[in-house]
Design a protein. Structure first.
Length: 64
């Protein structure tokens, strides 16, 4: 998935989710557009991305 982001110098760009995670961890962006809710998420204003929960059922993903 491609996500729209804004850098601290107000430039906009599009990145994949792996790059988004890296930029969030390094605080290399100011905000990103959350497609599911069609709203901007600011890194300095609360929860950004969940780390996922714990699932205690059978494995559902395909093993490669």
């Amino acid at each position: 998935m491609i996500i729209r982001i804004m850098y601290p110098d107000y430039r906009y760009d599009y990145v994949d989710t792996r790059t988004l995670d890296r930029l969030i961890a390094s605080e290399g962006i100011t905000k990103f557009l959350r497609p599911s809710q069609e709203e901007w998420v600011y890194l300095d204003r609360g929860p950004v991305r969940g780390a996922g929960g714990h699932y205690f059922g059978p494995e559902r993903r395909q093993v490669r």
